[in-house]
Unconditional design. Sequence first.
Length: 144
Amino acid sequence: MTVTVLSRKEALRRLSDNTLPNTAVIAFHDPDKAPIRYPFEHVFYVPVRDLDPIALPRFSLSFESYFPEADALARFIQNAVQKGLPLTAQCDYGESRSAACAAAILEYYEKRGIEIFADYRYYPNQMIFNKLLAALRQSDEDPR
């Protein structure tokens, strides 16, 4: 399984060059910033800030209220994988939120999420990673 991690700049470049293949896209963006509008059928937009746990109270958030899209995103990912679609995770810099998402996907499906954490190009957001991985695992138990 391949999960491509892109920055906003790189995603826009690939879109303009027409070198981004049709893919299932997970597009992270700050809630107050417009996301890239992808021309693909399978796109999941995640308006979530890249925060450390210590910063949550400044935004009136808690661990429980941060990243409420995790369950829906897990279902989107599982649907894309069932359809055999390649996955692309994109955030502003392609280092934290998207890397955490890729790590959770790789950990869930292939038990190799540590490869993202070990790659010095990335700084995976641990809350995104843990909440998405838990949602993927929970969806195994959910009969929906």
